[in-house]
Design a protein around this ligand. Structure first.
Ligand SMILES: [Zn+2]
Length: 420
């Protein structure tokens, strides 16, 4: 299956986020000191070009090349010698929720371990919230992410855990994202605590039926204390049967079967990957085929260092995965319990400092890697035909994202070619 086939096959709910700059003429981004294209014909894995320009029409990139060859355009943005990168692709975020868990964070920083049990606290608050309250939170966090360079943002449900609350969570998410994920199998809610089989039946039956019209993906938290491998397999298979793509929360809190289950089912991504055996790494590496061949069987390992930071846990071994040839993505895991950050630059800095990724590897994983994890080829890359989603840095190079952590370096963001 080619990426295009995939895009046609999956559900695409709601209108796209933002609007293409149709009818507004051409826009030239000029005087780019360093252009990160993620295209193979540039320099290195990021496809770097110096002294470059980029032309946008109808929300798409239509040309990139040396600034001296730049075509005329109706409008111009001067990058002032700064770096221009594809917008970040945050392929893992939980934005539909109410309340916060700052007190839980404080307790954890005072020494209490993270168990995942706090998810139920957020479930209670989310069920009690109105649609408008949930919508306001989603839009606030999406705006926050956009200001930090994120132009593609996957959004999961998973704090409703009733048929109606999961459906409305996804309906609200689909208002602002093309990549929405049904995570009814986040935890077993309290009212089903002693009958998890019944809850899995609900997830695979009426809850999936209500959620699927608003979802592109299905996800499951396959972990001790959440869903065991048999339940996880059943849930993902039900979703795939109605056309949803599979993703898995796997191997976060300890070793387990989640990663190998994801590979077995052809999941687009297995996320967290903090505790991996050699067999897990081998399984992931076996899926890493060349994207350009058109055979989309890669299962991406999506690393979420914000979660390890916020739970004071050991970071995943990114080098082991990269050295084995596994495709790695970085994402925020933005959620009110274990990683309340929407900042991809923060995750890039953590990946470089704490996980020994090179700055180039981390930037690639946060852009092109995220696109792979969502099986998309129209984002995470700046080449003719790609969506004109990009950021202009107040810095001459992508290196500064990790070199100057915590500094607001993103001067401007274009989404569908529209300045934000
Ligand atoms: Zn998550």
């Amino acid at each position: 299956m080619t990426p295009g086939d995939w895009a046609r096959r999956v559900t695409r709910p709601g209108p796209p986020v933002g609007r293409a700059a149709r009818g507004t003429g051409s826009l030239l981004v000029d005087n780019i000191g360093e252009l990160v294209t993620n295209v193979a014909d540039g320099d290195g894995p990021l496809g770097l070009r110096r002294d470059a320009a980029l032309l946008v029409e109808d929300g798409q990139v239509v040309w990139t090349g040396p600034a001296r060859d730049a075509p005329a355009a109706d409008r111009r943005i001067d990058a002032e010698g700064g770096a221009v990168l594809p917008g970040f692709v945050d392929s893992h975020a939980h934005l539909v929720f109410a309340g916060d868990r700052a007190a839980e964070f404080a307790a954890r920083m005072a020494g209490q371990p993270y168990t995942g049990g706090g998810i139920r606290t957020t479930v209670g608050a989310t069920r009690a919230a109105t649609d408008d309250e949930l919508r306001a939170t989603v839009r606030r966090l999406r705006g926050e992410a956009m200001r930090q360079g994120t132009t593609t943002l996957e959004i999961k449900s998973g704090y409703g855990l009733t048929v109606a609350d999961e459906a409305r969570s996804l309906r609200i998410a689909a208002e602002v994202s093309e990549d929405t994920t049904f995570l009814g199998a986040h935890v077993v809610p309290t009212e089903y605590a002693d009958r998890p089989d019944d809850y899995v039946g609900l997830v695979c039956g009426p809850m999936l039926a209500a959620a699927a019209p608003y979802a592109r993906w299905i996800d499951v938290f396959c972990e001790r204390g959440a869903f065991d491998v048999d339940h996880a397999r059943a849930i993902l298979a039900c979703g795939q049967a109605v056309g949803l793509g599979a993703r898995v929360h796997a191997n976060q809190l300890g070793p387990g079967p989640g990663v190998r289950l994801g590979v077995e089912l052809g999941a687009a991504s297995v996320d967290h990957c903090t505790h991996l055996t050699d067999a897990d790494v081998d399984a992931l590496a076996s899926t890493s085929v060349d994207w350009t061949s058109g055979a989309v069987t890669t299962t991406v390992a999506t690393l979420l260092p914000g979660a390890e930071f916020s739970t004071r846990s050991p970071y995943p071994d990114a080098r082991r995965l990269l050295d084995a040839g596994v495709t790695v993505a970085l994402a925020t895991d933005c959620n009110p319990g274990s990683s309340y950050t929407s900042s991809m630059p923060f995750c890039v800095a953590l990946a470089v400092r704490e996980m020994r990724m090179t700055p180039a590897e981390a930037v690639w994983a946060a852009t092109a890697g995220g696109a792979r994890a969502l099986r998309r080829d129209d984002v995470g890359v700046l080449r003719p035909g790609a969506r004109a989603d990009l950021m202009i840095l107040d810095a001459p190079s992508h290196l500064h994202l990790a070199y100057r952590p915590g500094v607001p370096l993103i001067r401007r963001v274009l989404h569908h070619g529209v300045p934000q």
